[in-house]
Design a protein around this ligand. Structure first.
Ligand code: NAD
Length: 359
């Protein structure tokens, strides 16, 4: 398939499996002299090997970290900064290439943006979630004190190179996780894409490039208008107010949810609230329920203490005041209303609704 180039703010996104020429031209144009690849054990094995013969090996350094959310912390940052320091990375001639999922992209970007007050970095996302969501929009950071993404900055990469071929080695569960963000983009902004998504029968047969580009265009259009999440960008939080709390709760159990699995449940609950308070029709609500039941396993949310869920929801950084919970709801599929709220009783009802319709 051909390459698609999208400009976001002051950087370009290149999407396609034949973007090596663009990648090499870009590095030459920027005149970088030192290349740092940030990888974990999985992307080292599955993705870094694709660079062999395509990249000048001299002055290339590989920084390897442990995979997973568990490593997204200040200790790992210290390791990354030490490596950059050890090889005298600088602002003018060095570049950090973040080759991995959202953890590598968020943390590598954060380390680059803060090292010597900011060295250049490139995002090369390798999971569906990072290709469609986390690698654009400039949000970078790490977890701190058990709170996800609580320390970070906004900073843009030099460019983003998205190769759908990287997804060939990704597990079905991680594909499903990223798919939830594609679905979210359609639900909040594009009824036509929603109709397309409903035609998918099996996630293993999908040509992802076809779905990545329209989805990226939606995220691009939102983050360009509101880069610092002061207004419209909150639209991207649909499903995340309840979803994030469930993700955190599940992390404490032997059955953790992936980010996408958690926000899929969140989207069912928040679609219910949209129907209850904000005119999403019952027909569209049931389309949403049928869709998520097709792709996502059921999860026992009733095992969680409701007070604990509410504690997490109240402490979410999406809320502007401590007493009011901030939601983004769907008035119809393809449209979104930001700065909405719901009562405790309605949130409890939405979890009961999920249990009833998805179990
Ligand atoms: N910055 C943002 O706007 C934003 C948005 C959404 C999520 N996030 C963050 O993204 C993170 C989640 O990202 P994720 O879902 O990509 O998880 P991840 O980065 O943990 O990757 C998931 C797993 O897939 C492996 N992997 C990556 N690419 C692979 C490949 N091509 N083949 C085989 N295995 C591969 C990784 O090693 C890891 O084990 C969270 O920390 C979340 O906070 C950030």
């Amino acid at each position: 398939m051909h390459t698609t180039t999208l400009q976001v703010a002051d950087y370009n996104l290149f999407v396609g499996d034949n973007i090596w020429a663009e990648f090499q031209d870009f590095l030459t144009l920027k005149n970088y002299k030192q290349f740092f690849f940030l990888v974990d054990e999985n992307t080292k094995k599955s993705c870094l090997t694709r660079f062999f013969n395509k990249f000048p090996a001299e002055n290339a350094h590989v920084i390897e970290i442990q995979s997973g959310e568990i490593a997204k912390n200040i200790d790992t940052c210290q390791h990354i900064w030490s490596e950059l320091m050890h090889h005298s990375a600088d602002r003018r001639t060095s570049v950090l290439i973040n080759l991995g999922g959202g953890v590598i992209g968020d943390m590598g970007g954060f380390c680059a943006a803060t090292f010597k007050r900011g060295i250049p970095f490139i995002q090369m996302p390798t999971t569906l979630l990072s290709q469609v969501d986390s690698s654009i929009g400039g949000k970078l950071g790490i977890d701190f004190g058990h709170v996800k993404n609580s320390v970070g900055v906004f900073a843009n990469p030099q460019a983003v190179f998205i190769l759908p071929a990287f997804l060939e080695t990704l597990s079905e569960r991680e594909i499903r996780s990223g798919f939830a963000e594609i679905v979210k983009h359609a639900l909040i902004a594009d009824n036509t894409s929603w109709k397309q998504l409903q035609k998918i029968e099996n996630l293993s047969d999908v040509n992802w490039q076809e779905y990545l580009v329209p989805s990226l265009k939606i995220k691009k259009s939102i983050v360009e208008i509101d880069p610092f999440e002061r207004g419209l960008r909150k639209a991207l939080n649909f499903g995340h107010t309840i979803g994030h709390a469930l993700e955190s709760m599940a992390l404490r159990t032997p059955q953790p949810l992936t980010h996408g699995e958690a926000i899929a449940i969140g989207m069912v609950c928040e679609a219910f609230l949209s129907n209850k308070n904000h005119h999403l029709s019952s027909g569209e609500l049931s389309e949403i329920v049928v869709f998520f039941k097709k792709f996502y396993p059921k999860y026992n949310v009733q095992a969680f203490d409701f007070q604990d869920i509410m504690h997490l929801i109240y402490n979410d950084k999406k809320n502007e005041t401590a007493s009011e919970i901030n939601f983004s709801f769907l008035p119809t599929i393809g449209n979104v209303s930001i700065n909405q709220t719901a009562s405790l009783e309605a949130i409890q009802e939405s979890l009961n609704f999920y249990t009833k319709v998805c179990s």
